[in-house]
Design a protein around this ligand. Structure first.
Ligand SMILES: Nc1ncnc2c1ncn2[C@@H]1O[C@H](COP(=O)(O)OP(=O)(O)OP(=O)(O)O)[C@@H](O)[C@H]1O
Length: 234
């Protein structure tokens, strides 16, 4: 595994006349859990899609694991999007098998282990899953891929505190930190803080800061919410 998993060099993104990401450069080290935080419309989803090669930069270049991204890179990146993207009539187990067929790196044993851990019913059709179980299942599918970079867009969005807690616990249990880096966007900053090694703050299409969370606590003597508020108001 290369030491830098992700590199943005002067990356920008415009939608028509809207500048969603201003010229941005940064590097992310491998083997960390990184939170992408920012207010609504700040550019988090755009940044994640650029990382996954799902969007082309309007300027600059993106590299994953030392390779310049020219389009989709499913062999390097597992992306959990925020919309629904599964076949509704497939059961949980059928979907796991389908993923096993589509992605060579998909670890069906890990997926079935997670299914039991998360108490998901394998015979349940996807369309009948509750919102919380759907979120758990999508996380299971994202984490069962043996790829160096896992991206999650709002994995906690719209869920009650109990489900959020269970998702955070499973993230801790099932991320393979020796081989994987996880970048996840969220508004649930306080809840996710204990999970994160690093935080990236985006505001108004600009990267304001990337910091080690531990350093924010020890040097700045702030929690992540306080740091975010301070950085946005600067
Ligand atoms: N396809 C698009 N066409 C035009 N504008 C877009 C498009 N996608 C995003 N935008 C705009 O770009 C900006 C950044 O959007 P983005 O979805 O990346 O933000 P976000 O931080 O993920 O927001 P949220 O937290 O609300 O999901 C917003 O102003 C949004 O309205």
């Amino acid at each position: 595994m290369s030491e830098t998993i992700l590199k943005f060099e002067r990356v920008s993104k415009t939608y028509g006349r809207k500048m969603a990401l201003h010229e941005t450069s940064f590097e992310l080290p491998a083997g960390k859990i990184i939170g992408l935080i920012g207010t609504n419309g700040s550019g988090k989803s755009t940044t994640l899609k650029l990382m996954a090669g799902l969007l082309r930069p309007s300027g600059g270049s993106v590299a994953v694991n030392g390779r310049t991204v020219k389009g989709r890179i499913p062999e390097l990146v597992s992306f959990l999007p925020d919309g629904d993207y599964l076949y509704p009539f497939y059961t949980v187990k059928q979907t796991i098998r389908l993923f096993g067929g589509v992605y060579r790196d998909f670890d069906q044993i890990k997926a079935l282990e997670m299914m039991s851990f998360l108490e998901l019913n394998g015979d349940q059709p996807v369309k009948g899953l509750s919102k919380g179980n759907m979120a758990r299942f999508k996380m299971l599918l994202a984490l069962s891929r043996q790829v160096p970079l896992i991206l999650m867009d709002e994995p906690l969005s719209g869920l009650d505190p109990l489900v959020r807690g269970s998702i955070i616990k499973s993230l801790i249990s099932f991320i393979d930190m020796d081989n994987q880096t996880v970048v996840l966007s969220t508004h649930e900053v306080a809840e996710i803080e204990p999970l994160l090694d690093m935080a990236m703050l985006i505001h108004d299409g600009r990267l304001r800061s990337i910091r080690e969370v531990e350093e924010i606590r020890s040097s700045d003597r702030m929690n992540l919410v306080e740091w975010m508020e301070a950085a946005v108001s600067r």
